[in-house]
Design a protein around this ligand. Structure first.
Ligand code: PLP
Length: 445
């Protein structure tokens, strides 16, 4: 375990990702966080075991619920986001589902932005409703749509900072303020904008991540994380949040807003850990946590480079005559969308670029098949450049109307621009565009 008395604290992301939550292994002095590949932990005494189960003291019981390697990852990402606690889980999907299931039950509802990753759309349109949780989809163009869709059974608002693949930045502060007014917490998926945006600073109550993407950054592991901002007033909105304010029969009657009060404003995140993770079991493996810790160390550097290359790719495509339209936050032509991008993204606009070829779906397919450096994969946020055609892959299970609402048109190609040399990235795009469309970038001049 870490000698936490010597942990360096900082408000700078470059330092946080290397130092938050860990100094060195107390037993061996190891500097790199060890992979604690263990299921269980020897209790010091029967009293110690009893105290841990009763949450009188926090500590390791069983790796489904907590693990020292995951613990450092949780602390690091929580520090990066300005939150009070984190929970590592098996995937980004698990993080999204649990973030809602932690406060909503059958008969309740959630209001979500329509601008979502396809997997989250399916979770909201089908699986959560099958469990009795209604999900109301609203257009975030007008933040007031969230207020209009709210009633006394609304338990959360949900959105993605930089929605994949629409890339229209979400009005975090505006919707968080409506939520504060009505007593509804805003949950933000910040997967595509780590470091560039800190949703909690803009009023979001909870942040979720697919750590599979930029946080890990190397395409090796699937994982997710939930961060509790610690500022939402669950107790002051007791009627809206019975799961946090009424005795929990699954935990000898604990009232979560009271039970862990001495440990800080962590009612939400501790309940997620000791009830939902305990019961649903979607735990992150210590090995994957180690992979994410490695990736996290270079996240601030990588995200800057992804953004720099992303911007250059977007500008290159904008100027290419075979390209009908380009989607990139920095190139938004709508004044309000541009304002949102400039307000919420700092230090870069991310690595995702969308575009449509004049020749539509067929040209799009041919373009993807002609790429040599870019990988054709169902992923984003890898250090390598990636490309995909969402309408036939990541968003193929959505109806045409649902695809349109989430920003997927038939000819849309999505790029996740990597950190290779920009000349090689542009050369690959150029040759693939020439093969697919018969036109060159030069011909556009
Ligand atoms: N959120 C966003 C924005 C995503 O792009 C994805 C996956 O692509 C997810 C969540 C789900 O993450 P995972 O694949 O780790 O379950």
């Amino acid at each position: 375990m870490s000698d936490t008395s010597k942990t360096v604290t900082s408000s700078n992301p470059e330092t946080q990702v290397l130092h938050a939550g860990w100094r060195a292994d107390a037993a061996t002095g190891a500097v790199a966080v060890p992979i604690y590949q263990t299921t269980s932990y020897q209790f010091a005494s029967t009293e110690h075991a009893e105290n841990l189960f009763a949450l009188k003291e926090l500590g390791n019981i069983y790796t489904r619920i907590m693990n020292p390697t995951c613990d450092v990852l949780e602390k690091r990402v929580a520090a990066l986001e300005g939150g009070v606690g984190g929970l590592a889980v098996a995937s980004g999907q698990a993080a999204s589902a649990m973030a809602i299931q932690n406060i909503a039950q059958a008969g309740d509802n959630v209001v979500t932005s329509t601008d979502l990753y396809g997997g989250t759309w399916n979770l909201f349109a089908h699986t959560l409703p099958q469990q009795g949780i209604e999900v109301r989809f609203v257009d975030p163009k007008d933040p007031e749509n969230f207020r209009r869709a709210t009633d006394e059974k609304t338990r959360a608002y949900y959105a993605e900072t930089l929605p994949n693949p629409k890339l229209t930045v979400f009005p975090i502060a505006e919707v968080a303020a409506i939520g504060r007014d009505l007593g509804v917490p805003l949950i933000v998926d910040n997967t595509a904008a780590p470091v560039l945006c800190k949703p909690i600073e803009h009023g979001a109550a909870i942040v979720v991540y697919s750590t599979t993407k930029w946080l890990g950054g190397h395409g090796t592991s699937i994982g997710g994380l939930i961060v509790d901002g610690g500022h939402f007033d669950w107790e002051g909105n007791a009627e809206r949040f019975p799961l946090l304010n009424q005795p929990d029969p699954s935990y000898h009657g604990a009232v979560w807003t009271q039970a862990v009060k001495p440990l800080g404003p962590i009612a939400y995140i501790i309940k997620a850990r000791v009830t939902l993770l305990r019961d649903a079991g979607a735990a992150m493996s210590p090995f994957n946590a180690f992979q994410f810790l490695q990736g996290l160390e270079t996240l601030p550097l990588r995200i800057r480079e992804h953004s720099r290359n992303g911007q250059k790719v977007a500008e290159f495509l904008r100027d290419h005559q075979a390209v009908k339209s380009v989607t990139y936050p920095a190139l938004q032509t709508d004044a309000e969308q541009k304002r949102r991008a400039d307000t919420y993204l700092k230090g870069g606009y991310g690595g995702l670029v969308g575009f449509e070829l004049t020749g539509g779906t067929e040209q799009g397919r041919k373009f993807i098949e002609s790429l040599e450096l870019f990988y054709h994969v169902a992923n984003i946020g890898d250090a390598r450049s990636l490309a995909i055609h969402p309408a036939t892959t990541t968003h193929s299970q959505l109806t045409p109307d649902e695809q349109a609402a989430s920003g997927v048109t038939p000819g849309y190609v999505r790029l996740s621009v990597g950190i290779e040399h920009i000349d090689d990235i542009l050369a690959d795009l150029d040759q693939a565009l020439t093969v697919a469309t018969g036109t060159t970038a030069k011909a556009a001049e």
